[in-house]
Design a protein around this ligand. Structure first.
Ligand SMILES: [Zn+2]
Ligand SMILES: [Zn+2]
Length: 273
């Protein structure tokens, strides 16, 4: 298995970091976790695209994690020679979000149906709303979900992908919680969205202060990684984005609480799981 950190940014626009998204490449295909800003550009760089994605899995419905979902839906439909519904897995509410996205796209769908004679079906999604347990299992790859804690955003889920005796966890936005501990237990790679609390606290913006309470800090992520006994902690969705050359400070902050490997992710990093 391989993890590709497609987008390591946050809601804040960044010239070097796309929005939150991760790709897990498995023997059964490419699974996309979240659809942040620029996700299809980063997929293209990773050698995959809307037609080759096996399933899109969403951790939650915050805009930074789904802003380019509409692009995946449209390109899956408009590029495909045959009707290929997009498989989507996400927390309760995902079906409603998908329906609203399709409604938003309705004018464009009409233009393309009228223009292309060989395109005579509308885009469709097969949606599975999940909260916990096994959400995919084909005998080769197994994916499990657990509820996470990103209150007041609710519901939210994290995922664990298992294949070839290995496991990678895509936690999404969450503070430490029991579901996250179950998900991460004994995993090889644990990917956590993080903020650097000391830096966020120093920014005099009430709206930024609000994010402290519902994200894992670097220290929190390291604590979860240590409790779970994972091999490698991947820090992503970095807020505020590290000033170039300060990435080691993030890693050192994690290493103070966790003895395993620490990766401060950049877009398109590839890790063997
Ligand atoms: Zn969020
Ligand atoms: Zn987020």
């Amino acid at each position: 298995m391989k993890l590709i950190t497609l987008g390591t940014g946050s809601p804040l626009p960044d010239p070097n970091r796309a929005g939150p998204a991760n790709l897990v490449r498995t023997p059964s295909g490419d699974f996309l976790f979240d659809c942040g800003r620029g996700v299809l550009m980063r997929c293209a760089a990773a050698g995959t695209g809307p037609l080759t994605l096996h399933t899109v899995l969403l951790t939650h419905l915050h805009s930074d994690h789904i802003t380019d979902f509409n692009d995946v839906v449209t390109m899956r439909w408009a590029m495909s020679p045959t009707d290929q519904p997009l498989r989507v897995v996400g927390p309760v509410g995902t079906g409603r979000m998908v329906e609203r996205t399709l409604t938003m796209l309705d004018d464009d769908i009409g233009y393309r149906l009228a223009h292309h004679d060989d395109l005579n079906w509308r885009p469709t999604c097969d949606v599975a709303e999940v909260s916990e347990g096994v959400v995919f299992d084909d005998g080769t790859v197994r994916i499990m979900a657990e509820p996470t804690d990103h209150a007041p955003v609710h519901p939210t889920v994290g995922y664990r992908v298992e294949a070839e005796g290995r496991a990678v966890v895509i936690a999404g936005d969450t503070v430490p919680c029991a579901g996250l501990d179950r998900l991460a237990a004994g995993a090889d790679v644990y990917v956590q969205t993080v903020i650097r609390k000391s830096l966020v606290e120093a920014i005099p913006s009430p709206r930024l202060q609000d994010i402290i309470g519902y994200h894992s800090s670097v220290e929190d992520a390291a604590g979860t990684a240590a409790r779970a006994g994972v091999s490698t902690l991947v820090l992503t969705h970095l807020v505020p984005a590290p000033w170039p050359g300060t990435e080691d400070e993030w890693a050192d902050e994690a290493r103070a609480h966790f003895r395993g490997g620490v990766v401060v992710a950049r877009d398109l990093d590839e890790l063997e799981v």
